[in-house]
Design a protein around this ligand. Structure first.
Ligand SMILES: Nc1nc2c(ncn2[C@@H]2O[C@H](COP(=O)(O)OP(=O)(O)OP(=O)(O)O)[C@@H](O)[C@H]2O)c(=O)[nH]1
Ligand SMILES: [Mg+2]
Ligand SMILES: [Zn+2]
Length: 394
């Protein structure tokens, strides 16, 4: 929490009457106990939970409890006009796109460009994300300010590429992450799919895989793709094989996405924007040639944007990603995204086995891979992410 928030919380705490203070201190003690149990259950070295740590003073936990009650919010400036008028000048909407300091917000059928309240810019741990449900307040005839963000139901996040200690929310309140890969080029990297699966699960969102550019795949490549994708289908991840160019497979995809809010994610040049245009030909999102330049970081789509489809569905198109860092993911979350690996862990001799190398004797997971009961790419995929998580934890 920042200094201003802390000052407000301390003031609130100091103003409490003895009875309220006692109640708060009991609640804080409960929170602290729960946190201690949570950290114990993690049993991971270096695990840090959000908020105060179990060994922090009870005072910190009391401030934390107050923060949960919303006491950290600055008091709203008193309305200049009367209540009714103030309410007339408030609107609820959904963020279509956001840039530094301003957001395009869909309010009913109208798109409003609103300045983001300076308080939010300063205090929000993570900036406004596409898909956020927000409240706008009118500041002048033609000037709106984004004042509040509703709690997010789900999110797709990764560490901010510029500041890895900050969360970057790519899309908020989405129902489905659609991982787009290309049948031929750019090359399909299973590692990116694995990471998107972990991030989607972590954010409480279902994953769909779309293999685009099927028109470019010959029979042999199609068989290869089937083999690569079989483990995901076995995990109940929906896999669609489509071509934005010929329209093959698009009807089934459109049906399966239904009226959901989806976010398209994948490498640059796989055809995310082309897919969007193919699903809704009136949109004309900008697409680009796959060229040498792609490898040098040229992206056609440069800002995440939410588009509406005629059937009521909504799709967020995002700029291509090259790598996908994982936000607050530990081995437990990794296991959730690799249930085929995790279900073999009881066969390992040691309960804390990480299934990484020869140093870990009698590993049931590696044995299963050696005997062909677990596919080698799945084990490798698991190990790659597990190693990077352990390296991050230091
Ligand atoms: N043959 C073929 N080409 C496709 C298909 N879909 C897209 N393309 C081409 O692939 C190139 C890249 O498409 P985009 O839609 O711009 O890719 P993107 O994923 O949005 O790329 P970024 O915005 O940079 O992340 C364009 O030249 C498209 O014409 C397809 O189904 N078949
Ligand atoms: Mg694009
Ligand atoms: Zn093991």
């Amino acid at each position: 929490m920042n200094g201003a928030t802390r000052t407000r919380l301390e003031a609130t705490l100091a103003a409490l009457d003895p009875k309220a203070r006692r109640r708060l201190s009991q609640r804080a003690a409960t929170l602290q106990r729960e946190a201690r149990a949570e950290v114990r259950a993690q049993r991971r070295k270096g695990f840090r939970r959000a908020g105060p740590q179990p060994d922090d003073a009870l005072h910190e936990w009391m401030l934390w409890a107050l923060l949960q009650d919303g006491a950290g919010e600055p008091a709203e400036a008193p309305a200049e006009d009367d209540e009714a008028a103030a309410h007339e000048d408030e609107r609820q909407g959904v963020v279509l796109s956001a840039a530094r300091g301003a957001a395009e917000v869909l309010v009913g059928e109208e798109t409003i460009l609103a300045a983001i309240a300076p308080r939010l810019l300063a205090e929000q741990a993570t900036l406004i994300a596409v898909g956020d449900e927000v409240t706008l307040v009118r500041r002048a005839e033609d000037r709106w300010e984004l004042q509040r963000v509703a709690p997010r139901r789900s999110r797709l996040s990764r560490p901010d590429p510029q500041d890895p200690l900050k969360e970057r929310v790519i899309a908020a309140n989405v129902d489905r992450v659609v991982a787009v890969v290309a049948a031929t080029t750019p090359p399909l990297r299973v590692g990116l799919l694995d990471r998107l699966l972990v991030a989607a699960r972590r954010g409480g969102v279902a994953l769909t895989v779309v293999v685009n550019k099927l028109d470019l795949a010959d029979a042999a490549r199609r068989v290869e793709l089937d083999e690569l994708l079989a483990p995901y289908e076995a995990l109940q991840v929906a896999v669609h094989r489509v071509s934005a160019s010929t329209g093959e497979g698009l009807d089934a995809l459109r049906r399966s996405l239904g009226g959901a809010l989806c976010v398209l994610v994948g490498a640059s040049g796989v055809g995310k924007s082309s897919l969007l245009n193919a699903l809704e030909p009136t949109l004309a999102a900008q697409t680009g040639e796959v060229s040498e330049a792609v490898g040098k970081g040229r992206h056609t789509t440069t800002r995440s944007t939410l588009y509406r489809l005629a059937d009521g569905g909504r799709i967020i198109d995002t700029p291509g990603v090259r790598a996908f860092g994982l936000w607050r993911v530990g081995l437990d979350e990794l296991n959730e995204a690799f249930p085929d690996v995790a279900e073999l862990a009881p066969d390992c001799r040691y309960g804390d086995c990480r299934h990484l190398d020869e140093g870990e004797a009698d590993c049931g997971v590696r044995r299963a891979a050696a005997e062909g009961r677990l596919s080698a790419p799945r084990l490798l995929g698991y190990q790659r992410i597990a190693r990077s998580l352990l390296a991050e934890q230091g």
